[in-house]
Every structure is written in C-alpha cells, then in structure tokens.
Write a protein of this length. Structure first.
Length: 599
C-alpha cells in the first residue's frame, strides 16, 4: 500500500496526490491532497463529479490519511473495481499508487503530480486563455463535450484581496481547468467537460471557498454551446452574467440563462440582457416567418437596423438579398429613381435603363429607413407596391411584378405625422399590421456594461492593437448617464474615451464631460425627476425647446468636429448621420467649416 507524502516534508511541498479518470468525455484529474474524504458520483454536488452514465449519483468515496488510501463503494449499480476485482459494497478497500480503479466503466488511476505542473497548467495569460477557450469549443464541436467559463470579480478591491482571490481560486480548480487574470481582482476560469449543472456546482463550491476566506465576490457562469454561439461570445456572456449578479439567494452566483441570451444576426452578435429585449426578439422570431410588412420604431441609435436584419435573417427569405435605402438621405427625384428605377431618357442623364431597389430586392427584403421622411407622392406609389406588388419605373409605360417584403423604420411619431398631413393614413395602417418598438438604451441598463466593454475593446484594437478594461468608476458614470443618443452615442463615447486613455484601464476621467456630469445635460435629455428643476417663472431657468435643441445639436457637432480634427466625413460618421445632413446642419447652425489639420 502506498502512503501519502509525510506532512512537512519536502516531498509534500513538491508533490500532490491526484486521481486520473478516463470517461467518455475525456481525461479528468482530481486533486486528492486534502485529508477529507472525497465523494465520487454523477451528482453535480460530488467532490469528484463524473458525468458518465455508468456512474451512480452517489457511487463511492475516497479517503486519504496517514495510513494510506482507501476506496469504498456505496452500493452503486455498476460497481467499483480495484485491480480488476469488484469491491464489496460499503467495505473500504486499500488502494496503491498506479492501481487501476474503475467506477462503472470510468477507469481511473492513483498518481502523484508536481505542484508546479498543476499550477502551470492552470494560470494562463489572457491571450492564451482565450485561445484555450477556442480550442475547447473545437473539441466541443467534434465530440459533443460541454464546458463552462466563470467570470469572477472581487467586490472589495482593497490591498491584498486580488492576490488572495487568485490563490484561493487556484486551490479549488482541477488540474485540467484554467484561470487568467483580466484585471486586479477580476478573473476568468475555464471549467472543462461539464454540464450547466456541473459548472454551477463548481461555481458555488468556489464561492463557498472564497466566503470561508472572507473574500466577497460576484460570479457569472456561461456554458458552451448552450449560452453562446461562439467561444468569443461565451466570454462576453459570462462577463455580462457576472455584472448582473443580484445574489438574491446569497450565493453570489448567477447563470447565463437567468441573465442573457446570445443571438447571431448576420455579422452581428446580439446579447439580450433585458426582459424587454428578450420579449421583443421572441416577437421578432414569430414575425420573421411571415411576409407582411413590418414597421420598426424607436429613438435614433437604438438598433432598429439590427432588428430589421433579424426579421430578414430569421425568415424564409434569408438566402435572398436584403437591400437598404435611407429615405432621408436623398431628394425626392433621386429617391424615386433609386426606389422604383428608371427607363432610358426618363430624365437628363438617364442614358440607360436601370432597375430600382424594389426590383433588386426581388424575393428578398427591402428596408426603408426613416420612412417618416418619405415625400407624400412617393408614399402613394409605395402603397401601390404593398397592395398589388407592381412597380413602374420612372418614364416607363408598363409595370413589373415584384415579390418583396417591406420593412420600414422611423424615429418619428407617425401618428402625429398623419394628423399633421405629412404621412398618408392609408400607408400608415398598411405598415402597422406588425409594429416592433425598440426600447431606448436607458431602459436597457444591463446591456450597458457589456456594450461599453465591447466598444472599448474594439476601439483599443483599432487604435493601438491592445486590450483595455473599464474601471468601476467609469462604469458607474456610464450607468448613470441617460444616453439620449442610445447605442450609437455609447459607441462614439467609448471610441473617444479610448483615444484619451493612456493606460490599459479606462477610468472616469477619460469620459466626456457631458457623460460624467461636469456639464449639466440639456433639458429633455434626462429621465423625469420628481423634484422640480427650478421656478418656471424665473427668467433663464428654461430654454425654449427649439433653442435647446439647436444648442444641443450645435454642441454635439462641435464635439464631433473636434474629435475628427475638422474632417467632416469622419465627424458625420461619429454622429451617425449622412455627410449631406451634416453639411446642412453646419449651414443652418452657422458653424464655420474648418479644413482638417495636416502633418
């Protein structure tokens, strides 16, 4: 019989006792150095959790003491075998190093391993950790193995906590798991070959161990492939889940199915973190199967185009083209030609016949962005397309039949536009058979940490090719800001903040003054308050709405021009408007255009 290394010896400092088990899912290693007995079973609460159909829920236990190692079968269905012989139930059997132990069909062996080897296999750089997650995803695809990522963050950032957290987590991990340090007190853990229940059980064991060390944390759990479509998005979902931890049960652990859902829409990955957005996408999925027109409403910058892409991508027309047209970007005559096409000689410069976008989108989808800005004469022609699917080019004498699904979007109040005579009521009722309303970002608070981290990482990659984290004080400011420009504004703010950042951590001081509250938001850009803003009769307390809007637009345009160093094309991109719209605003607001600096 092989005894364990003697306490206090150099051998103990150098070696650990491990159980290596070969299951249908692959090789597993379990550290047995601690003296307490270890339960073996397929129950997720087992100390040695084996996800194998031949292993009973409570299969056996292993015990190590000064006298050696013993295994005891607990009356399992498929038995416990030592050196090829089945062990009697409830009878401890001595085990030697290198002996074969079988739990059902899961074959194991007692071995020793160096402490340095175990730790080296666990602690990885962020880049290597991310690569390891990709490797595990490939194995998952080939062999059907699931694995989890745990995002862990210490809620107390005082001196010494970060190292204590790292050391405590290392003691709880298996040798074939992995850990990386994202920032002081912020870890990601890779838990290989486990189900969702196994990952959650591991997270709760880790959390209990940290509580015993007086380390307060929050933790998010996400499992591949159930919670994400790519290994990269798995890391994001785990982080988002961690950020949404409520600790309502006192566990400090939250699972991804309670916090987020990941969808891939074309080239976009959409994280649904708010119940409002989850319900919206359920409706999107049902709507996508049909062919009726869809109207998408919502404030500027909320992501209406992504919703339109989802309706197209999740429906039967996904393999056909999706064509886009911004109705506010072109004057009426060009908009008509672009939408309906024209014949040769229809107008000056029409040297050849051209099909319009309605014909190009045949059997697919046409997105009419900002349809509230479409001129009334074209609204009548569009209504005809919706009613009888006929298109007549400019200058033509005959119609073309088209089968195209129309999706329209607008940030305008179309009910008000109809009442004012700017939008046809018959077209409005035709479009509003299905209405998808996208909530503003201020109602989607749980998305802000995820989006901010993603936009910051993208900007850092483009700017200096490195990585960046968002500090807690910066995140608090982002969560407190009302985001009148919604997701588009958040992306622009993070891009500018990264350009101002001189380290790998983006802090509150790097954010624009409007976001951190050093410049008071304009009236109408914050959420309503129960406290009065001031005496309405006091002169100068309130700006007229038109003047406030002009002041707001002027300030944002000047900020964008400054960030773009006078380049109007780049400034228009930062503001999320066409170049022509920016030129119009510059003239209307009396802003003198400056040339970009050179050299």
């Amino acid at each position: 019989m092989a005894s364990s290394p003697k306490a206090g010896s150099k051998e103990e400092a150098r070696q650990r006792l491990i159980l290596v088990v070969l299951t249908a899912g692959g090789v597993r290693e379990f550290d047995l150095s601690e003296g307490t007995p270890k339960t073996v079973g397929s129950a997720t609460a087992s100390d040695i959790f084996l996800d194998d159909p031949s292993v009973s829920l409570q299969h056996a236990w292993l015990s190590q003491d000064g006298g050696g190692i013993t295994v005891c079968d607990l009356g399992s269905e498929h038995g416990t075998f030592v050196r090829g012989a089945r062990s009697p139930a409830n009878t401890p059997v001595e085990v030697h190093l290198e002996d074969e132990i079988r739990f059902g069909t899961a074959a194991g062996q007692m071995r020793t391993a160096s402490v340095s080897r175990l730790c080296a296999a666990q602690v990885l750089s962020p880049d290597r950790f991310d690569a390891r997650v990709v490797e595990e995803a490939q194995r998952s695809f080939r062999y059907g193995r699931k694995f989890g990522v745990l995002a862990v963050e210490a809620t107390d950032r005082s001196k010494g906590v970060a190292e204590s957290l790292r050391a405590a987590v290392l003691r709880t991990l298996r040798a074939n798991d992995a850990i990386t340090v994202r920032a002081p007190g912020r870890l990601d853990l890779l838990v290989v070959e486990c189900t969702k229940e196994g990952a959650v059980a591991a997270a709760r064991r880790i959390h209990s161990s940290l509580v015993a060390c007086a380390i307060s944390t929050r933790m998010g759990v996400a499992v591949y492939p159930g919670d994400a479509t790519t290994p990269e998005s798995l890391l994001v979902v785990a982080q988002l889940t961690m950020c949404s931890t409520r600790s309502s049960e006192g566990t400090g652990v939250e699972t991804a199915h309670e916090a987020a859902r990941m969808l891939r829409i074309g080239t976009h990955e959409v994280v649904l973190a708010e119940p409002l957005m989850v319900r919206l996408f359920h409706f999107v999925e049902r709507t996508a199967a049909g062919a009726m027109p869809v109207l998408i409403t919502g404030e500027t910058g909320t992501g209406k185009e992504i919703i339109a892409e989802a309706v197209h991508a999740l429906g039967p027309r996904a393999a056909r083209p999706m064509v886009r047209l911004n109705c506010a970007a072109l004057p009426e005559n060009l908009l008509e030609s672009e939408l309906f096409g024209h014949e040769r000689g229809a107008f000056t410069g029409a040297t050849a016949s051209n099909p319009g976008l309605l014909e190009e989108a045949r059997d697919g989808t046409l997105l009419l962005d900002e349809i509230g800005d479409m001129p009334l004469p074209l609204q009548a022609k569009l209504l005809r397309v919706l009613e009888d699917r006929r298109v007549r080019r400019v200058g033509a004498t005959r119609d073309h039949l088209v089968d195209v699904r129309i999706i329209a979007s607008t940030h305008r109040d179309l009910v008000h536009a109809v009442a004012e005579g700017h939008f046809r009521s018959d077209l409005y009722y035709r479009l509003t058979r299905v209405v998808l309303e996208v909530p503003p970002l201020r109602q989607r608070k749980r998305e802000i940490p995820l989006l901010a981290a993603r936009f910051a990482a993208e900007a850092a990659g483009e700017t200096w090719g490195g990585s960046i984290t968002v500090a807690a004080d910066a995140m608090a400011a982002l969560l407190a800001y009302p985001w009148p420009g919604n997701v588009r504004e958040l992306k622009n703010v993070m891009s500018r903040a990264v350009m101002s950042c001189d380290s790998g951590e983006l802090e509150r001081r790097h954010l624009p003054s409007t976001v951190i509250g050093e410049v008071a938001p304009l009236a109408g850009t914050t959420e309503p308050s129960s406290e009065p803003a001031g005496d309405p009769a006091e002169p100068g307390t309130w700006l007229p709405l038109e003047d406030a809007v002009r002041a707001f637009e002027r300030g944002r345009i000047l900020e964008a021009l400054h960030a773009a160093q006078g380049n109007q094309t780049r400034a228009a991109q930062l503001l999320g408007v066409p170049r022509r719209t920016l030129a119009y605003k510059l003239a209307a607001l009396g802003i003198e255009a400056t040339r970009p600096r050179r050299g």
